[in-house]
Design a protein around this ligand. Structure first.
Ligand code: FES
Length: 180
């Protein structure tokens, strides 16, 4: 190869140029077509909304919670927050929001449930005497471990993911700061 050939700038052939042009056109078409579909399935969270641990104060501290009992928790309202369900069936699903729940001690184990009935989402109440969660809407009842005791609900209560806070009456629950 002569020195002059090596130094000469490489010319883009018409075929290469058309290839790149077609590839760019194709990419732009795919992105334009795909973007609205992606936004539909994974919408951006509303402004100010933030995922994170929601701090709650317990009426009965964990170390004083008797076996076979439950204490209610409510999502804070300042700032407005919600708990996020870890699982679910029926009317509930993982990722759904709950504005209250129950911390339960059952056979030495502490679990936290969302208060939403799996039938149609009414809030269940703790029945101290029967040691069950009862739904006022259509009569569903749940055992302390969240499983169905009586229908029409066909699925257990949803769990909330949590961890102990700095003090025995503090809990950090997976949730959302709603920002309004
Ligand atoms: S919503 Fe609870 S039984 Fe129907």
């Amino acid at each position: 190869m002569r020195m002059a050939d090596a130094a000469a700038p490489r010319l883009v052939t018409r075929r290469t140029f058309l290839g790149w042009w077609m590839a760019s056109l194709l990419t732009a078409t795919v992105v334009t077509g795909l973007a609205p579909i992606l936004v539909y399935f994974w919408p951006a969270p509303p402004k100010g909304q933030k995922k994170g641990l929601v701090p709650v104060t317990l009426q009965t501290p964990l170390d004083q919670l008797q076996d076979g009992t439950a204490t209610q928790i409510l999502a804070p309202t300042s700032p407005n927050s919600a708990f996020v369900m870890a699982d679910g069936g029926g009317d509930n699903a993982a990722g759904d929001l709950a504005f209250g729940g129950f911390v339960v001690k059952d056979q030495g184990k502490v679990v936290v449930f969302a208060q939403n009935c799996s039938h149609l989402g009414c809030s269940v109440a703790f029945n101290k005497d029967q040691k069950s969660f009862d739904c006022p809407c259509h009569g569903s009842r749940f055992h302390l471990d969240g499983t169905v005791l009586h229908g029409p609900a066909a699925y257990p209560l949803s769990h909330l993911t949590w961890k102990q806070g700095a003090k025995p009456d503090e809990l950090q629950v997976d949730g959302l700061i709603l920002g309004f």
